[in-house]
Design a protein around this ligand. Structure first.
Ligand SMILES: Cc1cc2nc3c(=O)[nH]c(=O)nc-3n(C[C@H](O)[C@H](O)[C@H](O)COP(=O)(O)OP(=O)(O)OC[C@H]3O[C@@H](n4cnc5c(N)ncnc54)[C@H](O)[C@@H]3O)c2cc1C
Length: 401
C-alpha cells in the first residue's frame, strides 16, 4: 500500500489537536480531519458554555506545545481553592493550593479557546494538513496500512489512523472496537450565572442525593454551573424559567455565594460511563473520549484525554527514532498498557464516588460525612487526592512533567 500520509487523526477537538501539535515537528506527515470547521475564537463573544477545569498537567502539556500563551492572553480563570461538602451532613473538605506550595490548583477554560489555541499552532506547520469539514465514512485496516474513506469520496492511506472523534466515535465503530457503556441516568445542566458574592477564585461543589452541583470561577467574575441531576430532577431544572432556576440554584448551593442573580441559557448533557475494550488494533489507536467517558464530578475527562495524546505522541516518536513502523501493534500496545490502567482507575474511583454520594441511607450518610471530615484532617491523604487530580502524580508522559 502506498501511504499518502504517516498519521491520519480523525477528530480535531482538544485531544486530537493536541496530538497533532505534539507530533507536528516529529518529521512525520499528519492529516487532521474534523467534521466541523472550527469557528474562530472571539474574545468579545459570550463565554462558551462548555468550560473545563484544566489540571496542572494539562497546563504543562499546553505549555510544551507552545499553546498556553494564546490561552492565557484570552480568558482563563485560575482556581486556588476548592470546597466540597455534602448536603446530607456536616462533612466537608477544603483544598488550598498554598498547602501544596502551588500558586493554583487548576484553571477554568473554554473548550473553544483550547481548540483555537492548538489550531493556531498547527496552521504554520508544513507537515500538517487540516481537513474540514470532513467525516470518516469507511475504514480498512490492513497489514501494510489503513485506508480511510472520507465523505465526498476522498481516500487517504496512512500508516496509522488515530480516532479522537469523541465519545460517540464513528471511527471506533468502523474499526469494530466494542465498548463497555452505561448511562448514569443523569444529565448535567450547564449555565453561566452571576452571584451576589464574588467567587474568590474557588471551585465549589455540593453533593446532593440527586447529584452534585458545581460552581466554577470564570475570568469575568461570573460562575459556570455544572449541575448533574437524576433525569426527573434535571427535567424539573430545565423546565424552570430563569428566575426559578436562579432560586433553585441558590437553594442547591446553600447560598454559598449569596443569591444567584442572573443566568445565561442552559444546556444539558446526558452523562455516561464508557470504556473501550481495546485502545489499539494494528494501524489504529483511540484517544480521549473515543476511548473513555466518565462522570464530570471531578472534571477529569479532557485532562485524561490530554495525557492520552501526550503518551501516544511519546510512544510514536520513540518508535520513529528507533526506525520502527509507527502503526505496528507492538508499538501501539505500549500506549495501551500505559493509559488503560490509569484511565480505568479514574473511572472506577469516580463511579464509587458517585454511588457513595447518591446514597441517602442514614448510616451511609453518617459514614460519608465522617469520611469527609477525616480526609479534611488527614493532610497526607488529602494532598495525595489533590495531587492526583492536578496531574502531579502518576505515570506522567514527558510533556506533562
Ligand atoms: C457537562 C460536562 C462537563 C465537563 N467538564 C469537564 C471538566 O471540567 N474537565 C475535564 O477535563 N473534562 C470535562 N468534561 C469532559 C470533556 O468534555 C471531554 O472529556 C472532552 O471534551 C473530550 O475531548 P475529545 O477531544 O476527546 O472529544 P470531543 O471534544 O468530543 O471532540 C471530538 C471532535 O471530533 C469531531 N468529530 C466527531 N465525529 C467525527 C467524524 N466522524 N469525523 C471527523 N470528525 C469528527 C468533532 O467535531 C469534535 O471536534 C465534561 C463533560 C461534560 C459533559
Amino acid at each position: 500500500m502506498k501511504h499518502d500520509v504517516d498519521i491520519a487523526i480523525v477528530g480535531g477537538g482538544v485531544v486530537g489537536s493536541a496530538l497533532a501539535c505534539a507530533l507536528a515537528d516529529s518529521g512525520l506527515t499528519l492529516t487532521l480531519i474534523d467534521a466541523q470547521t472550527p469557528v474562530p475564537y472571539d474574545p468579545k463573544a459570550e463565554v462558551d458554555l462548555r468550560v473545563f477545569a484544566l489540571s496542572m498537567a494539562s497546563r504543562r502539556i499546553f505549555e510544551a506545545l507552545g499553546a498556553w500563551d494564546e490561552v492565557k492572553k484570552a480568558r482563563v480563570s485560575p482556581y486556588r481553592e476548592m470546597q466540597v461538602w455534602d448536603a446530607g451532613g456536616q462533612g466537608s473538605v477544603h483544598f488550598d493550593s498554598a498547602d501544596l506550595g502551588q500558586a493554583e490548583l487548576g484553571y477554568i477554560v473554554e473548550n473553544s479557546l483550547l481548540q483555537h489555541a492548538l489550531w493556531v499552532r498547527l496552521k504554520g506547520k508544513p507537515k500538517v494538513k487540516l481537513v474540514h469539514p470532513a467525516k470518516a465514512e469507511a475504514l480498512t485496516l490492513e497489514d501494510e496500512g489503513a485506508a480511510l474513506l472520507l465523505d465526498g469520496g476522498r481516500r487517504l492511506n496512512a500508516r496509522l489512523v488515530v480516532a479522537a472523534d469523541g465519545a460517540g466515535s464513528a471511527t471506533r465503530a468502523l474499526a469494530g472496537i466494542e465498548v463497555e457503556h452505561s448511562l448514569y441516568g443523569q444529565r448535567a445542566v450547564v449555565a453561566h450565572v452571576r452571584t451576589e458574592q464574588p467567587h474568590r477564585e474557588t471551585a465549589w461543589q455540593r453533593f446532593l442525593p440527586t447529584g452534585p452541583v458545581a460552581f466554577l470561577p470564570l475570568a469575568d467574575g461570573r460562575v459556570s454551573v455544572v449541575w448533574s441531576a437524576d433525569e426527573a430532577e434535571a427535567a424539573r431544572i430545565l423546565a424552570l424559567d430563569d428566575a426559578g432556576f436562579c432560586a433553585a440554584l441558590t437553594q442547591a448551593s446553600e447560598a454559598k455565594l449569596g443569591q444567584v442573580r442572573s443566568t445565561t441559557r442552559r444546556l444539558a448533557f446526558p452523562l455516561q460511563r464508557l470504556h473501550a475494550r481495546e485502545y489499539v488494533r494494528p494501524r489504529f489507536a483511540l484517544a480521549g473520549d473515543a476511548a473513555h467517558a466518565l462522570h464530570p464530578l471531578a472534571g477529569q475527562g479532557v485532562n485524561l484525554g490530554l495525557l492520552d495524546a501526550a503518551a501516544l505522541a511519546e510512544v510514536i516518536m520513540e518508535a520513529q527514532r528507533k526506525g520502527r513502523d509507527v502503526g505496528d501493534l507492538g508499538v501501539l500496545r505500549r500506549y495501551e498498557r500505559w493509559r488503560k490502567g490509569e484511565n480505568l482507575a479514574m473511572i472506577f474511583a469516580l463511579d464509587a464516588f458517585k454511588r457513595l454520594f447518591s446514597n441517602d441511607n442514614a448510616g451511609v450518610s453518617r459514614l460519608r460525612n465522617a469520611g469527609l471530615r477525616a480526609v479534611d484532617r488527614f493532610t497526607p491523604l488529602k494532598h495525595a487526592f489533590v495531587r492526583r487530580a492536578m496531574g502531579l502524580s502518576g505515570d506522567l508522559p514527558v510533556l506533562a512533567r
